[in-house]
Structure formats: structure tokens, C-alpha cells
Design a protein around this ligand. Structure first.
Ligand SMILES: [Fe+2]
Length: 385
């Protein structure tokens, strides 16, 4: 049985951000909320969009997202009252336009849920049921990584528990995603790299995980190819709009595969690294990815040969193709200077909070195509740090 959900209308193209006013008008939205990464406060394209919407008389509430790290439930509870009346709980907006990376779009999803669902954000953590419908979201990603613009997941940290969970509901699917290469142009190298590696994790883990199917693997495979073939050009040549567009589309495809099929140990291990050691999600999973692939191939999983074939990596048999693909990935990491970033984090792998969190992850590890335990996770972390 194959069961795949894709719910988000998607427009891809340079300059397509300016489609938003027509989209809002065509759908009868009158009061829009804006959640914009503060780095885009003086961005020309965003400025033009806001001016045009104001000229059309569409009422705006704008929040410039400036949270120091990935969003937590408390921030959702504090900020939601910019978008709803504190006394009556009535919504002040009928659509939210989110412009930013994964954290910003996730944050918008959380706010869109809390506008129409009136308890504290932690009430809805995990996979809540019986929610009132969310306010619709238009998502404009400014990174090529999480694919939050097309997924139903939204990740939040519970700062009291020290755990990363989320508010994951199909209400979160944005109604429109706009992939506009103008919007990824000014992404700093470290963030673009972290985002790109996040997307590679999504692609590889969802390709190999136990719940993948023929359909999801098509998305994962094409996503990985787009990412691998374009990440260097996109990161090193800011003028290369086409490479950025192809990379972002790769991340988008990998995201579709991820939420339909599942993930694996690299994504799971990024959570303790994020909460305990403050390593951003994308780079944390990215560090683990090539070591995880090496582990899987050593333990007899050769499904990656299909990806090696697409990259024209030659080999006598499936196993050899996979080994060469792993070496290819390590080489790519060297060219992108990934390991220099790992040195920035002073991570003690014997940290007890880290170790205890990893011990809770067996359920997520079980999605891996070969047996993987918390102790295997710790061995990989020892190799990296
Ligand atoms: Fe991720």
C-alpha cells in the first residue's frame, strides 16, 4: 500500500514573492499577519510586498521574529496575543504570511494553531487531535533546508523539560509555498550550509527508513541529487540563482519524503545535541549523516546504490557503489568545510544529560533500515567530537 499526502500549492521562480497580494485577494483574505525573520526587516522585496498590501488596504499585524534560538512553547504563548484579542480570543488576522527559515515558519504554524485553540501551547505538544482549524499560512522560505513550507511538522522546545517536541498536525500544511530564489540570496554561509545538510539528512534518512515506499523514494532521491549537485555552487557563488533554486527544490522534495516516510538516527540525535549542547538542528544532523551512512553500509544496507547510480558513481556491485557514495559525501563535506564547524562546539560526549536524552531515542532509531542503538549513536558522536 502506498499512501502519500501533498497539500500545499507551490509556486517556484525568481521574483514570485510578489504573487502574494493577488493570492490573498483571490482567496478573500483581508486581515493578514506577517511573521518575518528580523534579518529581512529592511529587505527590499519584503518591503515592497508590505507596501503593496498596505496600499490595497489589507490590515497588517507584523511580528519580526528575533528569538535567540529555535522557538519554544513559552514564546508562542507570549507572542500569540499580537494576533488575537486577549479578552475575547477573537482572531485579528485571517491569514499569516511567514517569511524566514524553518524556525520562523514553524513559529507561524504554532501561532496559527494557537489563534483558534485557546489553551497553553504545551497542551498541544506532540500530535494533538481534535483541534479547531488553524489560520491558513503562506510560507516563503529564506533557506533551503527544513522544507517547513510544505510539511505539517513544527518543532518547539519545552525549555522546562529540556526536550524538543513540536505541535504536529495536518492543520499546519501551508496553503501556499513560494520558493523565490531572491529570498535565499543573502543567506549567510553557515546558515545555508546547516540548512543544506539538514535537507540531505531528510533525503537520505527518509529514503532508507523502513516506512519509505516507491513513491516517497522518488522524492527523496531527486531531492538528494538536486542537493548534492548544487550545494557547492549555491553556497560559493551568490550570483548563481539557478543553483540556489535547484538546491531549494531539492530540500522541498526531501521534505515531502520526510513527512510521508519518516526519518532516522541523524535527525533524532540532532535533538539532544540541540537542547543540551545548543548545536543548531541542521548542522547537528549533518555532522552525523556520513557516519550513519557508513554504519548502515557496514551493516549490510545497500539501498543507497540507486543514489550512487544517479550520481554516476561506478562500482562492481551495490556494496561498492554505496561505499564510494559514502566516500563521495565525506569529500563533499571537506570541500564545504563542515568539520571546521564541528570544532566550534565544545561537546563532552560523556555529558550525562546528553547521554540520558540519547537513551530515550530507541523508537526513532528503529526507523533505520538496520539495527541502531543509543550506544551506536554515542560511538558516532565520539568520532565527530
Ligand atoms: Fe531536519
Amino acid at each position: 500500500m502506498i499512501d502519500v499526502i501533498i497539500k500545499t500549492r507551490t509556486i517556484i521562480g525568481k521574483g514570485e514573492l510578489q504573487n502574494i497580494p493577488d493570492f490573498l485577494a483571490d482567496n478573500g483574505y483581508k486581515k493578514y499577519g506577517f511573521i518575518v525573520d528580523q534579518a529581512f526587516r529592511s529587505n527590499e522585496d519584503v518591503g515592497r510586498l508590505i507596501t503593496e498590501l498596505r496600499e490595497k488596504g489589507l490590515h497588517a499585524v507584523t511580528y519580526y521574529y528575533d528569538l535567540p534560538f529555535e522557538p519554544d512553547y513559552e514564546s508562542l504563548d507570549n507572542i500569540k496575543y499580537l494576533f488575537k484579542d486577549r479578552n475575547t480570543n477573537w482572531s485579528l488576522v485571517d491569514v499569516i504570511v511567514a517569511v524566514g527559515g524553518g524556525s520562523v515558519i514553524d513559529f507561524a504554524k504554532g501561532i496559527a494553531t494557537l489563534i483558534n485553540n485557546h489553551d497553553a501551547a504545551t497542551t498541544y505538544k506532540g500530535f494533538p487531535k481534535n483541534l479547531n482549524p488553524s489560520i491558513p499560512i503562506v510560507a516563503v522560505p529564506t533557506t533551503a533546508g527544513t522544507a517547513s513550507e510544505v510539511t505539517f511538522n513544527a518543532v518547539f522546545t519545552d525549555s522546562k523539560l529540556g526536550r524538543k517536541l513540536g505541535i504536529n498536525t495536518h492543520n499546519n500544511f501551508p496553503v501556499l509555498a513560494i520558493l523565490d530564489s531572491n529570498m535565499t540570496r543573502n543567506c549567510p554561509y553557515a546558515i545555508a550550509l546547516s540548512s543544506g545538510l539538514d535537507a540531505l539528512v531528510h533525503g537520505f534518512e527518509s529514503f532508507a527508513c523502513k516506512k519509505s515506499n516507491y513513491y516517497t523514494r522518488l522524492f527523496a532521491k531527486q531531492g538528494i541529487i538536486n542537493l548534492i549537485n548544487n550545494i557547492e555552487h549555491a553556497l560559493k557563488d551568490v550570483e548563481n540563482d539557478q543553483a540556489r533554486e535547484k538546491m531549494q527544490f531539492g530540500a522541498y522534495l526531501a521534505g515531502i519524503s520526510l513527512y510521508n516516510a519518516g526519518s532516522g538516527p541523524a535527525g533524532a540525535l540532532s535533538y539532544p545535541l540541540g537542547v543540551v549542547c545548543k548545536v543548531p538542528h541542521g548542522i547537528a544532523g549533518g555532522f552525523i549523516l556520513p557516519y550513519l551512512l557508513e554504519f548502515n553500509v557496514k551493516n549490510g544496507y545497500y539501498g543507497y546504490f540507486e543514489i550512487a547510480d544517479e550520481l554516476a558513481i561506478q562500482g562492481e556491485n551495490e556494496r561498492e557503489k554505496c561505499e564510494k557514495l559514502v566516500a563521495y559525501l565525506f569529500d563533499l563535506y571537506d570541500r564545504l568545510d563542515v568539520w571546521a564547524l564541528a570544532k566550534k562546539y565544545d561537546i563532552k560526549t560523556n555529558n550525562s544529560a546528553l547521554s540520558e536524552y540519547i537513551d530515550l531515542l530507541q523508537g526513532a532509531f528503529d526507523q533505520n533500515p538496520v539495527n541502531f542503538t543509543p550506544s551506536d549513536g554515542k560511538t558516532i558522536l565520539n568520532k565527530i567530537f
